[in-house]
Design a protein around this ligand. Structure first.
Ligand code: NI
Length: 189
């Protein structure tokens, strides 16, 4: 399965809202190959999520790892969401660190709703409806933003927390979880 190139901030594809995936396309080999390639590309880059626009495909589709902080990342379930709708639940926003495979080596503090309700299709076209909280909810919101041409920096309230990963690790972490779409060891993060 080929690993695709991940576009970096500045590429117009990252600022272009994606089109929904049509019913007939959903069962096509093309979409299935795309999903497999995206999962492979995400894993190879050490990320926990990847949206189709990040590899230059303008479709409402993203993959992510349902990471549980208490279990190794290798055990995390791979999820595929197609044509997702993401509704935040009411409540105080929660701040946490994020990174992005399209904005390599940078981290920033991003406020997000703590929980979301998700409606989407899986890769077989079956309807999914579920609630996600905490880290999973953050990953979903980050990837969903990519489908609308939005990146995490747009969501930051205070750009003073923006940091390169080495400086972030040195000065800004106090036993925090690894930021979304990155891990400390992966320079591609
Ligand atoms: Ni991203």
């Amino acid at each position: 399965m080929p690993i695709r190139d991940i576009l970096r901030l500045g590429h117009p594809a990252l600022r272009t809202p994606a089109s929904s995936v049509g019913d007939t396309d959903l069962q096509s080999d093309e979409i299935q190959i795309l999903v497999d390639d995206m999962l492979e590309t995400m894993r190879s880059a050490g990320g926990v999520g990847l949206a189709a626009p990040q590899i230059g495909v303008s479709l409402q589709l993203f993959v992510y790892l349902a990471v549980d902080v208490d279990r190794p990342r290798e055990d995390a379930e791979e999820k595929v969401l197609i044509n997702p709708a993401v509704e935040p639940e009411a409540g105080e926003p929660v701040y946490d660190w994020e990174g992005c495979l399209s904005i390599p080596d940078l981290r920033g503090l991003v406020p997000r709703p703590q929980a979301v309700r998700v409606h989407a299709l899986d890769r077989e076209g079956s309807k999914l409806e579920f609630r996600a909280t905490d880290y999973e909810a953050r990953i979903i919101q980050h990837e969903f933003d990519h489908l609308n041409g939005i990146v995490f920096v747009d969501r930051m309230r205070d750009l003073r927390s923006l940091a390169f990963s080495a400086e972030w690790e040195r000065y800004m972490t106090e036993g925090d979880e690894p930021p979304v779409e990155s891990e400390a060891a992966a320079e591609a993060g």
